[in-house]
Design a protein around this ligand. Structure first.
Ligand code: FAD
Length: 672
């Protein structure tokens, strides 16, 4: 059954979805005394993907979350995707995750960011209807076979003492809920507690315990077990959210209109169109801060304990206070974004703040478009514990504790997409471990999820981590358009988290693309003939010989349609893949080059690395961190360097080229 039909079936059967959820919760509490293969703690973005993925792999799974009605809640911004983050959504979808389809269902304004750059770094993004998003995720989980949902707060993680026969590791055995209930046992537990682990909320000079406004924090017992019993290193991070503004009180004519794309592009490879029709989409608006805003911030610092503790704030999504204090006199963007199709609220992205509510109102009214604005809910800040992620394996399992997996904000990341991506992978591995299958890792060369996890477990975080395309060394091959070819086949054949329906669809796409690429190679002509057929294409005057259709498709002015018009009998069958074929043709030479480089390096594994290399002054592109690792470890061969944690494939390529070049230079000097 498709997810959309599952949704309509449920809403017809149960007029109030929440009433149905409560029913399920009661049912689940009966079952809760049983043993599960996997228990997922937390129903946020990481937890929902983890629970669904573990069930898809075949594990009997229990999702325990504080409030069923907040499953899939968007704590902060009502949007999904963007530059780098959009890649993660496409990859989660390619592995049969939920968030991409939820975005297609709930999106009310779709746009591809970064269009001026190449398609490899385009950022699919959608403004979401909060309620629809939550409902889709809830209905999807309810129709997931093998998944039980239970409302409750996990008070304690049950673990064994370290076992000398198991490399001195602890082992997780289950959980205990608040309220003194019986323990629930499991083979694996996935913790996805978000901003709730020992969470505190900040507004003005007031601090209160909480994981999100209206929600209690996770019990201190959980932090205690992680820190004291398992000996894990925990840190403290902070983030914040803006006030929500009443839509009817905004003067939109004082801001600049930003329309959506005229043709919304779905996130999911299963969808050909979005639920929202192109003409129904809502616009966003852009405005800016001004010196009046700066004055309010400066005058109220003494009333704002969140900003007094740390004026810098997180680098990504910083508060307006930290922006003004760090960059005095600069104007900052404020995006006015709709919170839903029928919602009377506006989310002012860029105005996250923690000052007292009356001062928040004074501040926003300094902006002309918000001169009459009314605040529905004030902004606030949150501080929470996170577990330093270098203590995890690439499967997202805690190295010192068998069967314990962590995903999402608890690992020091920020954002729904980063949480969803980790959640899916932790859920897959928790299920595999519980079902006695080996855990698995994704690589930096096959996915942004691989990049994200590798960055976390090898480098750790000092501030909330978010995804950017610049973090991926192989971005020309890790594109949003080909996430299905990179991951769906692997997800079905090796991992076991992809349905056969999706798999068959991707096999058809792969075969058709291969046929189309072969057909493009076959349609070749002399350059003279191409010039005659397509006079508008600027083929260099000096070029002679034969050109294939594939080569011609690399030209800016040539689309697949152009070629299909010249060779309709060979190419018109592949029109539905026109855009993918164009992108493939443009990036193919670079991807082949990169692939060859990696293969060459694999063959040269035994290449010696000089032991007197001064890594800090090597004239090649290596990050400071990579230089420090190489200097500390001093690997003797290229292969040994490849296996070091924290050494990126790009660094290996650069090191390889440098050593090979120096060797040749030395040999030349010895000869002369
Ligand atoms: P969450 O979505 O927070 O979900 C955690 C879930 O775990 C909740 O459902 C909670 O009820 C449940 N839970 C916790 N403890 C227990 C327990 N003991 N037992 C049972 N259930 C439990 N992201 C950005 O990208 N940009 C921002 O500017 C930004 N600002 C934010 C501001 C605020 C105030 C907050 C709260 C979050 C903000 N975020 C922001 C973060 C964004 O919400 C998270 O990145 C994302 O939701 C993380 O997903 P998660 O699944 O890790 O955790």
């Amino acid at each position: 059954m498709s997810s959309n039909s599952a949704f309509s079936m449920l809403t017809k059967k149960f007029p109030s979805l929440e009433s149905f959820l409560l029913l399920v919760s009661r049912h689940a509490s009966h079952l809760a005394r049983q043993r599960y293969d996997v228990i997922v703690v937390g129903g946020g973005h990481a937890g929902t993907e983890a629970a669904a993925a573990a069930s898809r792999v075949g594990a009997q799974t229990l999702l325990v979350t504080q409030k069923i009605k907040t499953i899939g809640a968007l704590s902060c911004n009502p949007s999904l995707g963007g530059v780098g983050k959009g890649h993660l959504v496409k990859e989660v979808d390619a592995l049969d995750g939920i968030c991409g389809r939820a975005g297609d269902w709930a999106g009310i304004h779709f746009s591809i960011l970064n269009r001026r750059k190449g398609p490899a770094v385009w950022g699919p993004r959608a403004q979401l209807d909060r309620q629809r998003y939550r409902q889709f995720i809830q209905s999807e989980l309810l129709s997931t076979p093998g998944l039980t949902i239970l409302e409750g707060s996990v008070e304690e993680l049950l673990v064994t003492e370290p076992n000398p026969e198991e490399h001195g590791q602890h082992k997780v055995t289950g959980i205990r809920l608040a309220g003194g209930s019986l323990p629930i046992s499991a083979g694996s537990v996935v913790l996805t507690t978000g901003t709730f682990l020992s969470g505190s909320l900040f507004m003005g000079q007031t601090t209160s315990p909480g994981g999100r406004i209206g929600d209690a924090p996770s019990s201190t017992g959980m932090s205690y077990t992680l820190r004291e019993r398992l000996g894990l290193k925990l840190g403290r991070l902070r983030t914040g959210t803006p006030p929500r503004i009443v839509k009817s009180s905004v003067d939109f004519h004082e801001a600049t209109l930003h329309p959506p794309d005229s043709q919304p592009s779905p996130f999911s490879f299963l969808n050909t169109h979005t639920h929202c029709k192109p003409e129904e989409q809502l616009p966003c608006f852009l405005t800016f801060t001004n010196p009046g805003v700066d004055n309010v911030v400066r005058e109220s610092v003494h009333l704002n304990c969140h900003i007094q503790q740390d004026t810098k704030g997180p680098r990504y999504c910083p508060s307006i206070e930290s922006r003004v204090l760090r960059f005095p006199g600069r104007r900052h963007q404020v995006w006015l974004e709709p919170e839903g199709m029928t919602s009377d609220l506006i989310y002012p992205q860029g105005l996250s703040m923690t000052m007292p509510p009356d001062i928040q109102l004074r501040l926003i009214r300094e902006i002309p478009a918000l001169r009459r604005a009314e605040i529905q809910t004030p902004g606030y800040g949150v501080q929470y514990d996170f577990v330093c992620p270098t203590q995890l394996s690439p499967a997202l399992q805690v190295k010192s504790t068998q069967g314990l997996f962590l995903a999402g904000q608890i690992n020091g990341t920020t954002g729904y997409e980063e949480a969803a991506a980790q959640g899916l992978w932790a859920g897959v591995n928790a299920a595999r471990a519980a079902l006695s299958m080996p855990t698995m890792a994704l690589s930096r060369t096959n996915s942004y999820i691989g990049v994200l996890i590798d960055d976390l477990v090898t480098r750790g975080v000092t501030e909330p981590y978010r995804m950017f395309t610049s973090r991926a060394e192989f971005r020309t091959s890790l594109r949003p358009d080909n996430a299905d070819l990179r991951l769906t086949l692997k997800g079905f054949e090796e991992v076991g988290c992809v349905s056969s329906m999706r798999y068959k669809g991707t096999v058809r796409v792969r075969d058709s693309l291969q046929e189309a690429i072969a057909a493009l190679q076959d349609v070749s002509m002399s350059i003279i003939n191409w010039r005659h057929k397509l006079p508008h294409v600027p083929i260099s005057e000096t070029k002679t010989g034969i050109l294939t259709g594939s080569e011609l498709l690399q030209y800016n002015d040539v689309s697949f349609e152009t070629l299909a018009a010249v060779f309709p009998e060979c190419l018109s069958a592949y029109r539905e893949f026109a855009q993918r074929l164009k992108i493939e043709a443009v990036y193919r030479p670079l991807c082949i080059y990169q692939q060859k480089e990696m293969e060459r390096i694999q063959k040269e594994e035994s290449m010696s690395l000089p032991q007197d290399l001064d890594y800090f002054s090597l004239p090649v592109s290596l990050s400071q961190e990579v230089r420090e690792i190489l200097d500390r470890v001093r690997p003797t061969t290229l292969g040994a360097a490849t296996r070091l944690q924290g050494i990126t494939p790009a660094a290996i390529v650069n090191l390889f080229n440098y050593v090979r070049h120096s060797d040749r230079k030395l040999k030349r000097m010895q000869r002369s």
